[in-house]
Design a protein around this ligand. Structure first.
Ligand code: SAH
Ligand code: SF4
Length: 346
């Protein structure tokens, strides 16, 4: 596969396109990030340069499907250069702020038992350009985006180099100029990579799918926990926090009868001691054939009250995007089907 223009910073474009003077590459970078998809339309480039590049594709992916839910959440399915499919989601909050929920991999190898993406297994890592293109497609369709969360398909820490590269590109002032503090990386808890991210000293936010602070429950739900016990996870979070001084989000997918008991709240209290966190309660989104039940409203509220009584800062994630299967943990696409409307249903 050829390197993608969307995966390059201006100086890399200059080298790749052999551009002289170099400011031409900056212009190309600016056009790409304004959403222009052909060299013909880059009107401040000399005519002969535009002509010579006219057959060079700017994007490697295309939208094959779009679904808009009544709550304003939109999901796009992208077809990649090799025929694989991924999904990306646009979330709009009450203040009209738009957040891109990006995928870092096609599928996921982590095998969490409650997550639909896990059922696909891992097809491959995405390149930085493929990550950036998700943002470009979403922005072209829905307008200016201010925030990014790596909470789509895949485990960002298992593809950290490309994720960081995409962040550098999306942060570049001549392009999207997205603030690093407005970018959140969500991980199931690969501790070596949490430390590696901390060492970059990028002030991005970290979210951790804790799910349960009970060792055996977590192990049952998340194979990664079998290799990386809670103690090890916590040490890596303390390290991250020492380096970045940032509050960490603990994602707690609440499943009825699994992790909603008083003792679960108490274990959570112990886990977050010595950490500055906010716990995000995400009522489990139903996934067909998975043996879990979404908690009813009463259960969700009483668990939240238990956490509040234990002085744990807590928020609840809205159940957005369900009608388009674009809510957390509902992303999965049947691959290489001639009809991408085969998006599996929940
Ligand atoms: N792999 C990363 C990021 C992608 S998953 C991670 O695990 O953090 C994004 C979020 O969706 C995570 O918080 C995950 O715990 C949550 N999630 C997975 N399946 C879910 C489901 N069925 N219902 C609600 N949230 C789910
Ligand atoms: Fe992968 Fe995250 Fe789903 Fe676990 S919850 S299978 S890490 S996408």
């Amino acid at each position: 596969m050829k390197p993608l223009l969307t995966g390059m910073l201006p100086d890399e474009l200059a080298v790749y396109l052999a551009m002289k003077p170099e400011f031409r590459a900056k212009q190309v970078f600016e056009w790409i990030h304004k959403g222009i998809t052909s060299f013909q339309e880059m009107t401040n480039l000399p005519q002969d340069l535009r002509e010579s590049l006219k057959d060079v594709p700017v994007l490697s992916s295309e939208i094959s499907k779009e679904a808009v839910s009544e709550d304003g959440t939109s999901k796009i399915t992208l077809k990649l250069y090799d025929g694989s499919f991924i999904e990306s989601v646009l979330l709009i909050d009450d203040t009209d702020r738009k957040t891109a929920c990006l995928s870092s991999q096609a599928g996921c190898a982590m095998g969490c038992t409650f997550c639909k993406t896990a059922t696909m297994g891992l097809l491959r890592n995405l390149t930085a350009g493929e990550i950036v293109e998700q943002f470009l497609h979403l922005q072209a369709k829905y307008g200016n985006i201010s925030n990014i969360v790596f909470m789509g398909m895949g485990e960002p820490m298992a593809n950290l180099d490309e994720v960081i590269k995409s962040i550098e590109i999306l942060h570049h002032p001549k392009g999207q100029n997205i603030g690093l503090r407005k970018i959140t990386i969500s991980t199931s808890g690969i501790t070596r990579k949490i430390r590696e991210l901390a060492n970059t000293e990028l002030p991005v936010r970290l979210a951790v799918s804790l799910i349960s602070a009970d060792e055996s429950v977590r192990e049952e739900l998340m194979p990664v926990a079998g290799k990386e016990p809670l103690k090890q996870l916590k040490e890596s979070l303390i390290y991250f926090q020492r380096k970045t001084k940032k509050r960490i989000t603990m994602e707690y997918v609440l499943m009825a009868g699994i992790n909603d008991r008083k003792e679960d709240a108490i274990k959570l209290r112990h886990f977050v001691d010595d950490l500055k966190v906010i716990v995000n309660i995400i009522p489990w989104n139903p996934v067909e054939d998975l043996p879990y039940q979404e908690p009813d409203e009463k259960t969700v509220n009483s668990f939240i009250t238990m956490l509040e009584d234990l002085s744990i800062p807590v928020t609840k994630r809205y159940l957005k995007g369900r009608s388009v299967n674009g809510a957390c943990g509902q992303l999965a696409v049947l691959q290489n089907s001639s009809d991408s409307s085969d998006t599996s249903r929940t």
